[in-house]
Design a protein around this ligand. Structure first.
Ligand code: NAP
Length: 304
């Protein structure tokens, strides 16, 4: 049985690790450095909190440098860390290794694949929700689904059965890029505005014209990028998501309010860069990016 190496014991990485370990899969966490490893060892494992019930999982961990050659890896860091992590990972992968990329947005996956030519990289798009209330603890905050694929019409890998055993809801799809683009467009419509207006998602119902204009430009971008299906009914879905998540703060809003780096370069930044590359004039999307960058700069947060 191949070991599930999980790099990044953050929110999603821990959520996957705990469920796979609970199902009897062999799991090993790859932590950032010796200091993080020592801290983890003091905690003695990960704690997954589901429906207020904590359960402890003493999952083995090591650093990348000390890890045995890797056949299967779940890359569970943020998009902005993934390319540099992939460079470090390359010498530790066996030929034909399988790497699953959990990063939100677009752009990091191509950078990772370029750094790992010997691996089969697979992309994921997840609507599951998790957060860390304390070190080495993760709260399973929102049931969801994970779509997986490699961007080609290739057969599903055998390890999908492990996800069934671990009760990780998933679907293998040939259209993973369409999923990622659609999610990126939803994110571009909702998250930056929620930061700029400093509101919960429901607060965006006060700005229907801005949402409609943004969705129109995002749909143009999707169609120009060969993703016409992802452009269908975009505004209607944005409104549905806003209503369904009215009481929540968007992930970007949470990052900014905690003074943490955002994934802007892989979301709105990627959208604007693609528009520029295709000589598409999307003035509202570009103005939104500029306002968001100014907002981040004013708070001393990275612009990328
Ligand atoms: P997170 O909680 O910040 O976790 C990221 C983890 O990566 C951290 O534990 C960090 O380690 C680790 N890391 C970074 N560089 C590393 C390195 N060189 N070696 C080892 N570990 C390293 O992030 P997340 O919320 O799980 O998000 C991961 C991705 O999933 C993001 O792209 C996010 O947008 C996406 N996503 C998240 C959710 C969610 O609900 N959380 C839902 C859907 C999609 P340290 O702990 O040492 O900093």
């Amino acid at each position: 049985m191949a070991v599930w190496h999980i790099l990044g014991a953050g929110s999603l990485g821990s959520l996957w690790a705990a469920r796979l370990a609970r199902a009897g899969e062999s799991v090993q966490l790859l932590l950032r450095n010796e200091a993080r490893l020592a801290d983890y060892q003091r905690a003695g494992g990960l704690t997954l909190i589901e429906r207020d019930q904590p359960q402890h999982y003493p999952i083995p961990a090591t650093t990348l440098e000390q890890a045995p050659p890797i056949q299967r890896l779940l890359l569970a860091c943020k998009a902005y860390d993934a390319p540099a992590v992939a460079e470090r990972l390359a010498p530790h992968l066996l030929p034909g290794a399988e790497v699953i990329l959990l990063q939100n947005g677009l752009g990091s996956q191509d950078e990772v694949a370029r750094a790992l030519p010997q691996a089969r990289c697979m992309l994921a798009s997840s609507t599951e929700g998790a957060y860390r209330p304390a070190p080495w603890q993760v709260v399973f905050a929102g049931q969801g689904h994970t779509w997986l694929g490699d961007g080609q019409a290739s057969t599903a890998p055998a390890w999908l059965a492990s996800l069934d055993n671990a009760a990780i809801p998933h679907t293998w799809t040939a259209d993973i890029l369409s999923r990622l683009w659609r999610k990126l467009a939803l994110n571009c419509a909702i998250n930056p505005l929620s930061v700029l207006h400093d509101c919960r998602n429901g607060g965006l119902l006060d700005y229907p014209d801005a949402l409609a204009t943004l969705c129109d430009e995002l749909a143009q971008l999707l169609r120009a990028s060969g993703q016409a299906a992802a452009a269908e009914g975009l505004l209607a879905e944005v409104m549905r998501v806003i209503q369904a998540t009215a009481a929540n703060y968007s992930s970007m809003h949470q990052d900014v309010s905690r003074g943490q780096r955002t994934e802007i370069s892989y979301l709105l930044g990627y959208a604007c860069a693609q528009a520029h590359a295709q000589a598409l004039d999307l003035p509202h999307l570009q103005a939104l990016q500029q306002r968001l960058l100014d907002h981040l700069t004013a708070r001393g947060l990275p612009r990328h």
